[in-house]
Write a protein that binds this ligand. Structure first.
Ligand SMILES: Nc1ncnc2c1ncn2[C@@H]1O[C@H](COP(=O)(O)OP(=O)(O)OP(=O)(O)O)[C@@H](O)[C@H]1O
Length: 238
């Protein structure tokens, strides 16, 4: 995945247009991910480890189809439910209740189905009265709770979670982990980004380690977590 970063800061659209017309816009190539390749089987739960900026979220966005890889390809089989940046599927102006229908539609759930599951979603989110408040007034934890509750109302075949459990409080984290684990028997495939190694170990069976866009290790979750922890302790990376 290559991004084009602007070499010079442009303060506003007018300045951008002038520079563009004068052909003064210069980009610097930046590879956020390079030569990353791996395969998962149904039922695998993959933890994606790496320091800030390693490329974890970018990788999930490519798999979820939000970003198109500059080179290479992703092949998936089964319904993907991505929970990426918090509230990415939400419209902040609308209430939590309205967003249940909006986000549900984004995920491809029919309206009648969402109506049927509406109470269950609100109950799991524990938002209570706040469900009628615009999402712009939610805390990040509240957004995560609502997003998680909507996304997991059916059992997705591939569940993509980017730091979603990190912002919820301890009680919600525990409840969400339990819900994810309850899907294990039906063979859900999980791609999971978290800075909590313990959480990754509890949820995942496999892991990959990214460092500055490169895949530097892949294997069993315990083995890869150990490599990651050693690198952090040794100050080997960054
Ligand atoms: N749209 C974009 N345009 C330019 N650069 C980007 C874009 N998205 C991500 N990047 C860059 O790609 C690199 C990887 O970012 P990414 O968000 O994937 O990292 P991460 O491993 O998820 O980090 P963190 O742990 O901080 O969430 C970073 O250097 C980031 O600045």
């Amino acid at each position: 995945m290559k991004f084009n970063l602007m070499e010079k800061k442009v303060d506003n659209l007018k300045e951008y247009v002038i520079k563009f017309i004068k052909n003064e816009i210069r980009y610097q190539e930046f590879w956020a991910l390079k030569d990353v390749s791996f395969t998962l089987n149904k039922g695998d739960r993959l933890g994606i480890l790496g320091l800030n900026g390693a490329g974890k979220s970018t990788l999930l966005k490519i798999i979820a189809g939000v970003l198109k890889a500059t080179q290479g390809s992703v092949t998936t089989k089964g319904k993907i439910v991505p929970l990426l940046e918090l509230g990415a599927g939400f419209d902040a102006q609308y209430t939590g209740a309205e967003n249940i229908f909006l986000y549900g539609a984004v995920l491809g759930y029919p309206k009648d189905f969402i109506k049927e599951k509406y109470d269950e979603i609100i109950e799991f989110s524990e938002l209570g009265e706040f469900i009628n408040v615009p999402v712009k007034n939610y805390s990040s934890g509240m957004k995560a709770r609502l997003g998680f509750s909507i996304a997991t109302i059916v059992e997705p075949e591939i569940l993509i979670l980017d730091e979603v459990l990190a912002v919820g409080d301890a009680k919600f984290r525990k409840k969400s982990e339990k819900k994810i684990k309850s899907m294990f028997d039906s063979g859900v495939t999980v791609l999971f980004v978290s800075h909590s190694i313990d959480q990754v170990k509890r949820i995942c069976n496999r892991a990959i380690l990214l460092d500055k866009g490169q895949l530097i290790a892949q294997g069993g979750v315990d083995e890869i977590s150990e490599i990651y922890e050693t690198r952090i302790t040794d100050g080997d990376s960054n």
